[in-house]
Design a protein around this ligand. Structure first.
Ligand SMILES: Nc1ncnc2c1ncn2[C@@H]1O[C@H](COP(=O)(O)OP(=O)(O)OP(=O)(O)O)[C@@H](O)[C@H]1O
Ligand SMILES: [Mg+2]
Ligand SMILES: [Zn+2]
Length: 362
C-alpha cells in the first residue's frame, strides 16, 4: 500500500529533525544528564514536528540500546514506538478524550507501572481542546505524577490553555521551518526516491509549505507521485496554485497602475488551473495579511506564512498606502459578492482589477 511521504519520512532519530535545533539541544542535554521533566508542553504551528518529537522523547525514555545516550531507533522498543504500538506510550487526542471521565481513567492508569518499558509516556495531542473541568482533573496528576510517568502535551494554540496547566509544564516552542531547510530536506528526499527534481521546482514547493514540513511534504507527494522528474512548470501545473507569489505579483501590477499586466497575470494563473473564486479568496487573504503586517509587531504569530513570505509581505506593504489597501479590499470584496451570482465570475474580478489600477494613474 502506498504510504504518504509525510508518514514514510517521519524522523526516527533526533538528528533527522529539521529546523528545531533549539529544542533538540535542550532535550538531548536533559536526556544525557538524566534530568528530563515530568510534563512538557510542545507548542507551534501544524506540521513542524511536535508529535514526532514527542515520540522521539518517548523512545529516549524507553530505548534499550541507546547510542551516546540517544535513542537508537532500532531496538524493539524504538521500533514499536515508531509504529505506534508500544503499550507504555499512549497517544491521546484531547479533542475526543476531553471529558472529566476520560481524564479520570487516565489518572487511574497513571498509577500502574509500565508494562514493557522503563517509562510510561502520555502524549496528549490538541491539548487546548480539553474542557475546563478535564483540565482541572489533569492538574493534580501533572503536579505530582509518579516517578515512571511523563506527560507531553502538544498544541497549536497554547494561548487557549489555562495558566494552571501552562505553569506546570516545561514549554518548548516549535518554529516554522525556513524555506532553505525545507528545500534541502526535499532535495534529499527526492534523491532517495530517485526523482530528478529541479532546484526551482523544490524552492517553489518549499515556499508554498509556509514553514510546515508536513504541508510541504503533502504538496511534494502530489507532485512526484509516479514521476521520475520534476520541473517548476510541473509544480505550477500540478498544484494549480497561485501561492503567495501570484498574489504579490498581481498586487504589484495594480499598484503600478498597470491594469494590462495585472489582467495577464490573472489570466495565466487561471490557465495554470486556479479556480477564480479560490483565487479571489486567496487574494483577499493576501490583502488582509498586508494590512496585518503594517500593524502587528510580530505578524508571524497571527499569519500562517513562513518567515520568508512574511518578509515579502512586509516589503510590499511598505510600498502601499493605507488608502490603497482599503480601496483594494473594498473593491475585491465587492467583486467577490458579485462573482457569486455571475455566470461569468471572472468579469467582476477583472473589473475590480481595472478599478484598482486606475486610481493609481491619477
Ligand atoms: N521538524 C521536522 N523535521 C522533519 N520532518 C518533519 C518535521 N516536522 C514535521 N515533519 C514531517 O511532517 C510529519 C508530521 O509531523 P508531526 O506529526 O510531528 O507534526 P505536528 O507538529 O505534530 O503537527 P500537528 O500540529 O498537525 O499535530 C512528520 O511525519 C514528518 O514527515
Ligand atoms: Mg501532532
Ligand atoms: Zn532503541
Amino acid at each position: 500500500m502506498y504510504q504518504a511521504l509525510y508518514r514514510s519520512f517521519r524522523p526516527e532519530v533526533f538528528d533527522s529533525l529539521i529546523g528545531q535545533e533549539h529544542i533538540v539541544k535542550i532535550l538531548e542535554n536533559q536526556i544525557k544528564t538524566g534530568t528530563t521533566g515530568h510534563a512538557y508542553l510542545f507548542c507551534g504551528t501544524r506540521g513542524t514536528g511536535k508529535t514526532t518529537t514527542a515520540r522521539l522523547l518517548a523512545k529516549a525514555l524507553n530505548c534499550t540500546d541507546p547510542k551516546d545516550g540517544m535513542p537508537c531507533g532500532e531496538c524493539e522498543a524504538c521500533k514499536a514506538i515508531a509504529a505506534g504500538n508500544f503499550i507504555d506510550v499512549m497517544e491521546l487526542d484531547a479533542a475526543s478524550n476531553n471529558s472529566v471521565e476520560d481524564i479520570r481513567d487516565l489518572r487511574e492508569g497513571v498509577n500502574y507501572p509500565p508494562a514493557m518499558g522503563k517509562t510510561k509516556v502520555y502524549i496528549l495531542d490538541e491539548a487546548h481542546m480539553l474542557t475546563g473541568s478535564a483540565a482541572n482533573a489533569l492538574l493534580k496528576t501533572l503536579e505530582e505524577p509518579p516517578e515512571h510517568v511523563v506527560f507531553i502535551l502538544a498544541t497549536t494554540e497554547p494561548e487557549k490553555l489555562p495558566a494552571t496547566i501552562l505553569s506546570r509544564c516545561m514549554r518548548l516552542d516549535f518554529r516554522r521551518v525556513s524555506e532553505d531547510k525545507i528545500f534541502s530536506h526535499f532535495k534529499s528526499i527526492c534523491a532517495s526516491l530517485g526523482v530528478a527534481a529541479d532546484d526551482d521546482a523544490l524552492r517553489l514547493l518549499a515556499s508554498n509549505a509556509d514553514g510546515s514540513v508536513r504541508d510541504g511534504l503533502s504538496l511534494l507527494d502530489r507532485c512526484v507521485s509516479g514521476a521520475k522528474t520534476l520541473s517548476r512548470d510541473d509544480v505550477l501545473f500540478l498544484l494549480g496554485m497561485t501561492g503567495t507569489q501570484g498574489c504579490l505579483d498581481i498586487t504589484d501590477a495594480v499598484t503600478e497602475g498597470d491594469a494590462g499586466k495585472a489582467l495577464v497575470i490573472l489570466n495565466s494563473l487561471l490557465n495554470d488551473g486556479k479556480e477564480i473564486n479560490q483565487f479571489t479568496r486567496d487574494w483577499l487573504d493576501h490583502l488582509r495579511n498586508l494590512l496585518l503586517v503594517r500593524y502587528l509587531e510580530k505578524p508571524e504569530d497571527v499569519i500562517n506564512l513562513s518567515i520568508e513570505n512574511i518578509e515579502r509581505l512586509k516589503a510590499q506593504a511598505e510600498k502601499l498606502s493605507l488608502r490603497d489597501l482599503d480601496k483594494y479590499i473594498k473593491l475585491l470584496s465587492e467583486a467577490m459578492q458579485n462573482a457569486r451570482w455571475s455566470p461569468r465570475p471572472r468579469v467582476p474580478v477583472e473589473l475590480a482589477i481595472v478599478e484598482m489600477a486606475r486610481r493609481n494613474n491619477g
